[in-house]
Design a protein around this ligand. Structure first.
Ligand SMILES: [Zn+2]
Length: 350
């Protein structure tokens, strides 16, 4: 398919506009796809047409404790409910796109999803067997990044990088309209680029990864150290019941709004490191757009964006190169992975 021209001609750039068209009769019903977002806390499905207009949606809690088959049973229910909401039978769909929090093999196997406790889980095969529709799977951050390029903040761009800052730091790369998955299908693990030699220990076992600084986990490390070793105080201690490993974005936003000194420091440190990550990516890839999303940026994007930009500008090479790169906040919010999975499946199926 002629990827670039089709994508840019057909998409809407504003999610609000997309939703307002929900339910309206369309001439392109043969292009309907389901996008399924399998997250650690929620399962979310949308039925969308090829322009990214959402016709119907449904969500459920994931309940990872039910195990792979239990969660996938709920995922099938969510897909059925989204079809019901869109008033289209499953048979009318051209296929299903799936975003899952794991590196994904081309056959739809989720290699390792720590949030779900899955290893080598046959996500694609199970869905295809149960739904009798073609299923295309992707890593959730890769899907989210691609969704921003096709339907969101990066609409119209050819080369785009997405960074999603939440509990961890996920990322995705699209070059010349094509997602970069690498020879091993596990490329674009931006959060695990080492930015500090012998730095903080990361959840992956290495030291000094970007994620160990630019994430809620990184902020937790900083806060824990400042409170325990330096005897400093922060409202976040109470807001997270003393467990800095379980910081919520809402609590960070509250502490930031109160200008809690330590919370502001932790957030600005994460934003600075995120900017260093952006600088490295811009230096390496020269994207036209860098999209910043994830829970922390959804809650505090406006406040943190100038700090990210400043750090990025200070380190990108050649100096001034960022004038050609737009750094912006993600536009698709909650829909990003599901709509990205639709775009991903559309590129491969239609
Ligand atoms: Zn790491």
């Amino acid at each position: 398919m002629g990827k670039r021209s089709k994508k840019t001609d057909e998409v809407d750039s504003k999610p609000a506009k997309r939703k307002s068209r929900k339910g309206r009769a369309k001439a392109d019903d043969d292009g309907l796809l389901v996008g399924l977002d399998i997250g650690g806390t929620k399962l979310y499905a949308v039925v969308a047409d090829s322009s990214g207009a959402v016709r119907g949606s449904a969500r459920k809690k994931t309940r990872p404790q039910l195990g792979f088959e239990g969660v996938m049973g709920r995922a099938l229910e969510v897909v059925a409910e989204a079809c019901e909401d869109a008033k289209v039978p499953l048979e009318a769909l051209r296929g299903v796109g799936v975003g899952a929090p794991s590196p994904m093999l081309p056959d739809g196997t989720a290699v390792n999803a720590p949030n779900l406790g899955w290893r080598n889980a046959p996500v694609g095969a199970l869905l295809e067997g149960q739904l009798s529709r073609p299923v295309i799977t992707a890593n959730d951050c890769d899907a989210g990044t691609f969704g921003e390029l096709v339907y969101g903040a990066g609409a119209g761009a050819d080369t785009l990088v997405g960074l999603f800052m939440g509990t961890g730091l996920g990322g995705g790369i699209v070059i010349d309209g094509k997602p970069v998955c690498g020879e091993n299908n596990m490329a674009a693990e931006i959060g695990h680029m080492v930015v500090v030699a012998d730095g903080r220990r990361c959840g992956c076992g290495h030291r000094g990864c970007l994620e160990a600084y630019a994430s809620k986990t990184g902020m937790g490390s900083y806060l824990r150290c400042q409170v325990a070793c330096e005897g400093r105080e922060t409202v976040l201690t109470e807001l997270c019941d003393g467990d800095f490993g379980s910081l919520r974005s809402g609590a960070l936003a509250k502490a930031y709004a109160e200008q809690d000194e330590l919370a502001v420091e932790a957030l600005h440190e994460s934003a600075r490191f995120l900017g260093i990550g952006v600088a490295n990516l811009v230096t390496l890839l020269g994207p036209s757009v860098v999209v910043l999303g994830g829970g922390v940026m959804e809650a505090l994007g406006k406040q943190l964006l100038p700090h990210v930009e400043r750090a990025a500008r200070a380190s990108a090479f050649p100096p001034g190169t960022l004038k050609k790169t737009k750094i912006c906040l993600a536009a698709l919010g909650d829909d990003s992975v599901a709509l990205g999975a639709v775009a991903w499946a559309r590129q491969r199926l239609l």
